[in-house]
Design a protein around this ligand. Structure first.
Ligand SMILES: [Zn+2]
Length: 220
């Protein structure tokens, strides 16, 4: 049962294409996993469509029909470029299923690298930016406490982790603004997440603070 969802405001922006492409990927992947948000998005789309129809009611019906006919008949054969779809990722001898939205971008998944604290990350290249990563935390792993200069969105793809605020399981979407500090950790179970950051992390505690100059290498 998914407990944490994107806010309706985010879903509206998502449907209207107002979010950056990387954040869209995280939200789209959540929607793949979440029938509740899939329904909300359908409702939003229907409302928007109804609104547009309302606005265009000044067109005479005949004119409208004409327009529709033109649109329908102008469907020239389209070349759809399809990248090979990724169905699962393998890491540390385990296989994880990948939801379709993320799978379509599978060929942009960079190599895995190990980060301090039994954590691995693999960047997903979106429009030349790498502010989105698959992050794998082994059982009993911890990301040092950190805060952000920007926002962070995390989607649990498989497994669970906890921070000071709550515990998160498959499909949970967590959006944190720049005022939040947290230290994600796993217990007996490992966890694969998709994480979006709009600025590098700032580690806030102990020895991990020494990592700050390099934080953009770990999580960008
Ligand atoms: Zn949801």
């Amino acid at each position: 049962m998914i407990k944490f969802h994107p806010t309706e405001e985010l879903l509206v922006k998502y449907t209207q294409g107002e979010l950056d492409a990387s954040l869209c990927l995280v939200i789209g992947t959540h929607i793949d996993m979440c029938p509740v948000c899939a329904n909300t998005v359908k409702d939003i789309e229907e409302n928007v469509a109804a609104e547009m129809l309302n606005k265009s009611s000044r067109f005479a019906t005949a004119e409208m029909d004409n327009m529709l006919e033109q649109i329908m008949s102008s469907s020239a054969p389209q070349t759809v470029f399809r990248e090979p779809t990724l169905k699962e990722v393998s890491l540390e001898g385990k296989q994880f299923k990948v939801p379709p939205t993320l799978g379509r971008l599978g060929s942009r998944l960079g190599p895995w690298s190990k980060v301090p604290g039994s954590v691995w990350r693999a960047p997903v290249d979106i429009e030349g930016e790498q502010n989105i990563n698959l992050i794998y935390m082994a059982a009993g792993a911890a990301v040092p406490e950190h805060t952000h200069r920007g926002s962070e969105a995390t989607l649990v793809l498989n497994g669970s982790f906890a921070d000071e605020y709550d515990r998160y399981d498959d499909g949970d979407f967590i959006y944190l603004g720049d005022s939040h500090r947290h230290s994600p950790q796993t217990a007996q179970e490992d966890c694969l997440t998709l994480a979006w950051l709009d600025a590098p992390l700032q580690f806030t505690s102990g020895v991990a603070r020494l990592l700050n100059p390099f934080s953009s290498l770990f999580f960008r």
